[in-house]
Structure formats: structure tokens, C-alpha cells
Design a protein around this ligand. Structure first.
Ligand code: HEM
Length: 411
């Protein structure tokens, strides 16, 4: 089994991932659940996270960035639609005002947005439900493998029960994705919500380097196994972390009503001035919203470096003000700068998350809609004890006790 070293010191992380970035061009074999699906019928079918640094990685990553992630400016109508659907769903669940378990509606809303970006408008509710279950099951199953699992025969034997479970889950994917990919290849001219071409269309058009390294021709199309892996990566990467961040943020806002009030003032003012879900508003118009999301990602990141007491004042306190002008972290953004790493929720170095801007935008879009349209308070169950902020160990750090909140529609 591979030995895993956890780096908790930001200076060491900086020296490794920025100073010696070229030594960390590749990930350990099984650090993402997607990597378990790479070998099929003797063929390696990589996605962006699993492929070795080199020409194929560059082509796949550039395609995702150029075709989807750089088109954030045109997402507003889609954001508007999915945020309205979430507001309608929560309104129905809370009635005139009541306790609601928020994880399910939030995850459903994020997943609807992400499946539309991936496949366009061809996915119906039952397909979306089935795909969502496979992704959730695979993330849960991956979280149960021992931390030293590296995909080697020895570690598969040592983890045989967990490995069998995750292999069975991943085998369900081709049956779900391939018919949708085939349908897209028939109707490629349709835009997603009339705005952007879905990710799958770009993958169908893409040519990657030949397996034998011959760079003289145009390259080859992606194999079915690669398409399945890339779709799984896109859906999984963009859903789990976003939904987890939203649930954590609501938990902190309920725990600190004064922070919620301050955020609402900013959001309501922006709404009065013409709309909160435009790309301009979400990207720069609401500094406190940005600070709230950064503070949540600092405290509950997938990569744990944001609570070093030598670098943060009261690191365990939720205090978005630290990210505002004049605060101790006014220059800190979601991705680390070249000089130091104080937090790295989206990773660092050559393999940092390419979806950082899209992830931030999705979180802010849903959060702005939720705070603008609803009052949030402790559920009857949490009234005496407060919100339980315990983290559950796993591939993504989610709340151990799913958040239940008293939700009331604002008039
Ligand atoms: C809150 C949202 C998100 C968080 C917290 C997050 C976090 C991360 C982290 C920590 C990594 C590993 C980085 C490293 O090894 O240094 C990663 C990689 C990756 N993420 Fe994200 N991510 C988010 C959203 C997204 C979105 C929206 C997409 C795109 C659709 C995306 C696509 C990817 C890909 C493709 C990789 C692998 C990159 C490579 O190996 O070159 N992520 N993400």
C-alpha cells in the first residue's frame, strides 16, 4: 500500500506544490473515485484528474476550460431558471414555514444545473435521479476505502470488500451515460437552455493524441470508456463540493443570525438595484457574499489547510469579515497566489481545480437566492443544542448530521 503523508503546514505545502510544482505533476493512483474506473478490458480510459501530465491532459483540460468554464458570462439565464426551481421546491417543502432537511433539495438543484451543462436539455427526471444515485454511491464507497488505497493488487486485496462495492457501482455508469451521449451526437445543434453547448458535445468533437504518440495526424476521437469517465468526473466534481459548501454555509448563517442579517442587507440592496443572479452581480457586485463563501471554504475545504492558528486569528470562528478590505485575508482568494498558501480549497499547483470560478459562481448563485427568498433559523430539534458542526470523514467533507432548518418564505 502507498504511504500517504498529510501536509498540514502551509509553508511546506507551498514549498511542495508551488516551489517544486514539477515534482507533483501526477496524483497518487486512487486519490479520486474516478481513477478506479480507468482500466476496462485491458484499456486505460483516463479523465482529466487521472491522466498523467502530458499532451492528453493538456487537450482534455483545455477543452473543459475553453468550451465550458470560460463561458461563465452566459450562464445567468440558466442560473435564474435553476435557482427559481429551488425556491419553488423549498417553498413547497416548508409550507407556510417549517423544518426542512435541506441537503436533498440543494443537491437536486445543483445536480440539475450540472447535468444540463453536461448533456443539455435531454435528461429527464428519472434519468437524473438514477445518475445522481450512482455518483452519490460511488463517492460514499470511495470514502470507505482506506486512505492508503493506491489501486495496486495488494491494496485491492486489503480493501477487497470496499473495492468490490465501488467496482459494482461504477459498472452501472456506461448503461446510464452512453444512451445520452448517443442522443447528443444526433442533436448536437441544440444549445443548453439556448445558451452554451453542453460539455458532451465538445467531447464528441474532440481529438486527442494517438495512443502510440504519433502526433503527425489530427488525433483520435475519445473512446466510449473515456467519454463515460469524463462525464462522471464532470458531474461528480461540480456537484458534491458545491452542495456541501452550500449546506455548511447555511449552517453557519443559522448559527450566527447577525452574519445572516448582514448578508441579506447586501443581497436585498443588489436585488433592488436590478437583480442578484447576473454574472456581474455574482462575480463582483456583492463582496460580503464572496467573503461568506470564502470563509466557508476556508473552514470546510476538501483539502485541509485553512485553520492554521499561526496564520489565522481565531481559525475555528466563522468570520467572513476577515476577507473584506482591511481584514487579515483581504488579498486571499479561492486559489492560492504565488507567494503563500493560507488555504487551498481548490488545490494548488499544476493540477489545481480548473472549475474554481464556476464552483464559486454556482455557490453564490444558489446562496443569494436562498437568502433573498427565505428566512433561516434553528429547527425545533436544534433549538436547545444549536447546529451540530461535526464533519463526516469521507472523500468530501460533509456535515455528519445533515442540516435541518426552520425555513420561512419571505414576503
Ligand atoms: C466548490 C466547488 C469545487 C471544489 C471545492 C473543488 C475542489 C477541487 C480540488 C481540491 C481538486 C484537486 C486539486 C489538486 O489536486 O491540487 C479539484 C480538481 C479538479 N476539479 Fe474541482 N472543485 C470544485 C468544482 C469543480 C467544478 C465546477 C469543476 C468542473 C466542472 C471541477 C473540475 C475539476 C477537475 C477536472 C479536477 C482535476 C484537475 C486536474 O487534475 O488537472 N471542479 N477540484
Amino acid at each position: 500500500q502507498a504511504t500517504i503523508y498529510h501536509v498540514g503546514d502551509p509553508a511546506v505545502a507551498h514549498r511542495a506544490l508551488i516551489g517544486n510544482a514539477d515534482d507533483f505533476l501526477n496524483r497518487p493512483a486512487a486519490s479520486f473515485p474516478t481513477s478506479l474506473a480507468t482500466w476496462r478490458h485491458g484499456e486505460r480510459n483516463d479523465n482529466i484528474a487521472t491522466v498523467s501530465y502530458g499532451p492528453q491532459w493538456r487537450v482534455l483540460r483545455c477543452n473543459l476550460t475553453a468550451e465550458i468554464l470560460s463561458r461563465l458570462g452566459s450562464l445567468a439565464p440558466l442560473h435564474e431558471e435553476v435557482a427559481q426551481a429551488l425556491v419553488a421546491d423549498l417553498s413547497a417543502r416548508c409550507g407556510g414555514g417549517g423544518d426542512v432537511a435541506v441537503r436533498e433539495p440543494i443537491t437536486k438543484a445543483v445536480f440539475t444545473l450540472v447535468t444540463r451543462l453536461c448533456f443539455g436539455d435531454i435528461v429527464d427526471d428519472s434519468q437524473r435521479h438514477a445518475i445522481g444515485r450512482v455518483i452519490r454511491d460511488s463517492i460514499v464507497a470511495a470514502g470507505k476505502l482506506s486512505p492508503g488505497f493506491d489501486g495496486s493488487m495488494l491494496s485491492k486485496l486489503a480493501n477487497w470488500r470496499g473495492f468490490r462495492r465501488i467496482s459494482a457501482v461504477l459498472k452501472r455508469q456506461p448503461k446510464l451515460y452512453l444512451p445520452l451521449i448517443a442522443a447528443r451526437s444526433q442533436s448536437q445543434s441544440q444549445l443548453c437552455g439556448g445558451i452554451v453547448h453542453p460539455y458532451v458535445d465538445s467531447l464528441l468533437d474532440l481529438r486527442v493524441p494517438e495512443d502510440n504518440g504519433d502526433a503527425s495526424g489530427p488525433g483520435r476521437p475519445l473512446r466510449d470508456g473515456e467519454l463515460v469517465g469524463l462525464v462522471f468526473e464532470f458531474l461528480g466534481a461540480a456537484t458534491g463540493s458545491t452542495a456541501a459548501c452550500l449546506e455548511w454555509t447555511l449552517a453557519h448563517l443559522i448559527d450566527q443570525p447577525e452574519t445572516l442579517d448582514k448578508l441579506r442587507v447586501e443581497i436585498d440592496e443588489e436585488a433592488d438595484a436590478g437583480g442578484i443572479l447576473s454574472s456581474k452581480s455574482l462575480r463582483g457586485g456583492m463582496p460580503y457574499l464572496n467573503a461568506v463563501v470564502l470563509e466557508c471554504l476556508r473552514m470546510h475545504p476538501p483539502v485541509p489547510i485553512g485553520r492554521d492558528a499561526k496564520r489565522w486569528t481565531d481559525p475555528d470562528k466563522f468570520r467572513p469579515e476577515r476577507f473584506l478590505a482591511g481584514g487579515e485575508a483581504e488579498d486571499i482568494g479561492p486559489a492560492p497566489g504565488p507567494k503563500e498558501i493560507r488555504m487551498m480549497p481548490f488545490g494548488a499547483g499544476h493540477r489545481h481545480c480548473p472549475g474554481v470560478n464556476m464552483g464559486m459562481l454556482h455557490i453564490k448563485c444558489f446562496l443569494a437566492a436562498l437568502v433573498h427568498n427565505f428566512d433561516w433559523a434553528l429547527s425545533a430539534e436544534d433549538c436547545s443544542s444549536g447546529v451540530d458542526m461535526t464533519e463526516q470523514d469521507g472523500f468530501i467533507k460533509i456535515m455528519k448530521k445533515p442540516l435541518s432548518a426552520r425555513v420561512t418564505r419571505r414576503t
